[in-house]
Design a protein around this ligand. Sequence first.
Ligand SMILES: O=C(O)CCC(=O)C(=O)O
Ligand SMILES: [Fe+2]
Length: 776
Amino acid sequence: MIWWASNCFCKLDYVGTHIGYVLFHAYLARNKRPHPSSPAKECSQLPTKFFLTIKSDPERATSEHAMKSSFPSVRRRTPRTLRRRDGLIAHAANVTSQNGEDGIIARIFDLLPHEDRRVCVDVGAWDGRHLSNTYALLVGNSTGGDEKTAKWSGVLIEADRQRFQELKALHEQLANVCICANVSCQPDSPMSLTAILNRDAPHLPENFDFLSIDVDGIDYWLLYDILGSHSDNDVENADSVHENREKSQRCYRPKVICIEFNPTMPMDLIYIQPRNDLIRHGSSLSAIVELANSSGYVLVETTTFNAFFVERIIYEKFLKQHVPDTTIEALHEITMGTSLYQLYDGTIKLWGCKRMLWHRLPMDEEKMQVLPMQDRQFPFAPSLDGSNHVLSAYQNDQTIRQRAVDMSPYCKRPTEGGDTSVLLESKRECFLKLNNTLRTDGFAFVRGTGISSKLCNDALKAAKSFLHNADESVRRSCLTKDRARRGYSPMCTENFASLIGQHGPNDLVKKFRVGPEKVRGKENQTKSLSSLHQQNSWPKEDVWREAPHFRSVIEEYYDNLRCAADSILAAICDGIIANNAELQKSMRVISEAQHDQQNTENHTSILTLLGYQPGSRHKKGSKGYLNPLVAAHTDVGMITVLLFDNGKCASLQRRKTDEATGSIEMSNDHDWMDVDLPFTNFLRDDDDPVFVVNVGDCLSELTGGYLRSTLHRVIPRTCETSKDDKDLVRTSLALFVGLEESAQLVLPSGDTLTYEEWRRQHIARALDVVKNTNDE
Ligand SMILES: O=C(O)CCC(=O)C(=O)O
Ligand SMILES: [Fe+2]
């Protein structure tokens, strides 16, 4: 209640002007509570009803939703803007232009004194038609003009040879000058704009009417070249233009200029791209305005990508009354900008445009993080004492929930008639986030699997009941010949240290395993078929009353989680291919296996229930550290999907991956970090359960180490509470996801072998290491 109320408190404060705030004050006054600026604890007494009284307003409803939600509420307020829409922009219209430029140009020349003949220069003319700002003038003048319509002629420059042929075909018959040239921004180059115009368009008047520059990079420097002699700002090498320009060169002063700027740059940023023909950054609007102003030009309008300038004298005489305010703020609004903000915990967030405009790729927030996930904490947070234990646990849960990757684009059945591009986009967001985390940590949290929290709770309870509450004789009734694969595996009978060729005491954990029984087409076979397909061993009702319930719940959980795990694996596979095309061949086996395994029994995924309890290993050994309950190891298969309760006697830990992992020294606690799941005590029926996913050795090998299996272990936690504490024992459900035994793996080396062969070799290698170290 405390955290909830304090959250509400903040929201009320934030929304401020809303009726809820007034009601809140009224409530406080009536109940003689202190002013809301006193500590949030005071609100903890507020009745739930109070919050229901302020539900009417939709804005309020959203805020209220945010109060209860684990996720932040992020919305856009329509900002107040100084942008005016009553100037030239009111005449925006397109013949061939992109964002209304044709109409604006027509309007400007309508406001100028009529002239029979006008001349324009188009730099970066493309084919003369596509997104052209001069086509309407030179070919089809249909946007404005009437009796005042002038006869236009032009000089059109284009570097692309193919486009130039089309340009020539269109314009030469109209007697316009077409020049195929890669214009240079170097001052002394014979290919500078001024040099080209001097040489190849000798009849171009110095004060021609209209200049359009759109070359996707050095636009600023072409304007600088044209206006050169007038610029006196502090741009590097400013004087060299004038020095190097031959005395005989004619200078130009177009009456009206349209020039492209980089629309993603903030309005107060003066960004001038390097004076280098090969660099394509673009320059900011502010930079171009500064250059134009210093040369006696005035900004009169902008569109999304283009700025319009006219000579100051022309502005004063003919445009001033139509465009009284020529500030950038009045004439532009950034609509393509991306802003970045940071949360107190060090998370970097994006706001605004989240796509790479020219590369048509989404910007991935996760890739932009400075801090790895585990270090994102507020450095000045007060440490919480015992009384705040519940609050801190709850907040920890919220953090895990927020970090968890939402798998619903992969796990949810697509809705009929749904927008496939939206689904693809959300799938992309999902696999990028999942793979980023798996790549850095080897571990990830996932949610949105479609598995109900009720089923998770039931499965955990059933497993706990079998592993901890039932009599040992019940468990022993499930012993099989192949203990490591089916049925019950008692305490201290397995040794995971051996999986990585290490020595250590046996693992202190009880296990129960369920797996696939049949291979499709061989349903009648009763004997064991292979090591991975065997008869399961369930407790019988005559030995244990809860046996039928136990079996049905665990089977339901197993079936559901297997499907979800297949989808998680599909997402990982998509992510690997998207980032690393070379691995496409190796990934094919996963996508084919995915396809094959749907609704069949051919998969090899095994569900293991694990039970931990306090015991001898909970006391510090002679070396001063606690021996693990499950030794450090990596999992063998493709991925593991884990769910566990919050039993206090043990913790899952993973090896930190950002440290040097050369040494396999297991005792240094600093090299390990806890992997916690949200408290199951807080898991309500409508919650979306969170699972841990980690990379197995086979996936790691298939990806050539692109994803790495991370060492993990289970360590004892010293238990201060009494031994009878119900929450002491720990129960974990681990689904080890494998491929079909006959699946053909293609390793990045080009070697091929079946999944079963790979498994056998992998385990034999581990055992060899143990044998060799024993022999030494
Ligand atoms: O108990 C756990 O949470 C994890 C156990 C584990 O890593 C394993 O069985 O491979
Ligand atoms: Fe494991």
